[in-house]
Design a protein around this ligand. Sequence first.
Ligand SMILES: Cc1cc2nc3c(=O)[nH]c(=O)nc-3n(C[C@H](O)[C@H](O)[C@H](O)COP(=O)(O)OP(=O)(O)OC[C@H]3O[C@@H](n4cnc5c(N)ncnc54)[C@H](O)[C@@H]3O)c2cc1C
Length: 285
Amino acid sequence: MRKFVCLICGYIYEGYEVPEICPICKAGADKFEEVFENKEDGIYKRFKVEKKVKENDVVTSFYLKSIEKVQLKKHKAGQFIAVKLNIDGVDEVRQYSLSMKPGEDFYRISVKREEKGLVSRYLHDNVFEGDVLEISEPLGQFILKDSNRPLILMSGGIGITPVMSMLYEASNSGREIIFVQAVLNSSAHTFKSEIKKIVKENNNVQTEVFYSEPLDKDKIGVDYDHLGFVSNEWIEKSLPKDGEFYFCGPLGFMKHIYICLTNIVTDKSSINYEVFGPSADLSEK
Ligand SMILES: Cc1cc2nc3c(=O)[nH]c(=O)nc-3n(C[C@H](O)[C@H](O)[C@H](O)COP(=O)(O)OP(=O)(O)OC[C@H]3O[C@@H](n4cnc5c(N)ncnc54)[C@H](O)[C@@H]3O)c2cc1C
């Protein structure tokens, strides 16, 4: 029996031939990679939660360190890990993008608490520093292409996680970077101070923050730059048409951004995105 891992969602298939389609995310056979393992070396490795940090009202980060003290596989910015948890006797697997700079000696995932979600709530409420999680190695193909063109990283809500890692990766390249972050308000403004620090240290990075529902205490020009959503007009006026675009967020946000970008770019291959759920082709109506 052979094992194949879906590079899109982390699903592990056991069989004699690569499956035609992933039953979880519907990715095709070309997105599967064979996993070679010896008996002691499983697909999931045990990692200790070294640090648990509440980023804001909705997002908590988990810093994970290898228990076996093995050299961590350096991830490519934008990749995710699959996390396997046993909840009430049932194995559950979910994917979480790595949100830290590539090459650290830990992995960091940042999880949004879904009020009715099984695993995200479990991670927030029942997983603590010192606990052990089983995780896969970094997976996924939402990664930066080699290019010197202006880089535009856009996120809605928790979609910040893969582009945060991309920001770390690209910030000291000298390349022009526009980092567009759309959130509800300061209660969900993830990585605000981390991003400020990167901007301070790298004069090639510009940020554009959108709050759709600012709180009374949120100040435009201080906490955020734009009121409302990332509009078509703003995109047309503000983003370079010759840029490389990477974006992630809720499906509605992504469909909107995709349509806006197709209006301004001529080279469709410059549009790159990741969906946090069953894989979806945004060009499909
Ligand atoms: C490649 C990839 C990367 C990802 N990266 C991240 C990341 O960095 N951070 C992150 O937070 N998430 C990320 N996700 C999403 C993550 O994998 C989970 O899907 C997410 O945490 C929800 O899982 P859950 O078990 O909490 O929700 P589930 O139990 O799977 O529920 C899914 C959704 O349905 C809703 N729901 C469930 N039950 C009900 C009900 N009875 N009534 C109404 N609604 C209901 C939940 O609120 C939730 O929104 C990523 C996903 C992918 C595919």
